[in-house]
Design a protein around this ligand. Structure first.
Ligand code: NI
Ligand code: MN
Length: 226
């Protein structure tokens, strides 16, 4: 799988022969000013929850690319109300096979309201599985014990976990999450974008190193192959 970082919690993942964009928040993010969203045309968009810092560019990228937008029912209803035509609603606990692999929608412990006040449903995460890859994108979440259920059915290659604290779990909880998930490769997200979530990179890397877990903190625009 190839992972390209667009800042905050936004990644484009190529796996199973298709591209998936997660949680686009690019144009309002000053750290991501080098990214031109008109060049981002994924096959699919997966959105974890309704907060502005996860949906800011969802409608424009969905319209320009006509990608299939996968999210919880209420969030797809919001996308539809904004003129997005290609949506696939799911809900927590459900799985669905797509042409790149299977998506399972899983629990997240957070909140979710759309930027205009419409209901966002519940916050979610995703487990993606195909013949080559298997990964967990946690969305915004606290550490929670349901995570330990994921490796009973999925052998994860890596997990995308928030590490910025304040609105989500911190790096120490992310280490605990990685242990519960049975993976030793973590891609960090949801840090440094705002003052509330700035992290000390050196300390964070040291904590993961001591725990024996590989932490990737990608530069914006950087692509990682796993
Ligand atoms: Ni959020
Ligand atoms: Mn967020």
């Amino acid at each position: 799988m190839k992972v390209t970082y667009y800042g905050h919690s936004c990644f484009e993942v190529i796996s199973g022969g298709k591209s998936m964009l997660f949680d686009p928040f690019i144009t309002p993010n000053p750290l991501a000013s080098s990214v031109n969203i008109s060049n981002i045309n994924p096959d699919y968009m997966l959105i974890s929850h309704g907060h502005e810092d996860h949906v800011a560019d969802a409608v424009s990228i969905a319209k320009q690319s006509n990608c299939t937008c996968i999210s919880i029912w209420e969030l797809t209803a919001w996308l539809t109300s904004k003129g997005v035509s290609n949506v696939h609603p799911m809900n927590i606990g459900g799985s669905r096979e797509f042409d790149f692999g299977t998506v399972k929608m899983v629990n997240a412990v957070h909140s979710s309201t759309m930027p205009d006040g419409m209901p966002g449903g519940a916050p979610t995460g995703f487990v993606i599985q195909n013949a080559e890859d298997c990964f967990y994108y946690a969305g915004d979440t606290a550490l929670h014990s349901d995570m330990q259920l994921i490796p009973r059915r999925h052998k994860l290659k890596c997990a995308f976990l928030p590490i910025g604290s304040n609105f989500t779990m911190d790096a120490i909880d992310a280490i605990e999450a990685a242990r519960m998930l049975g993976t030793n490769t973590v891609i960090g997200m949801h840090y440094d974008t705002f003052g509330y979530i700035t992290i000390n990179h050196e300390e964070t890397h040291r904590a993961f190193q001591l725990a024996g877990i590989n932490l990737h903190l990608l530069k914006i625009g950087e692509t990682l192959t796993l």
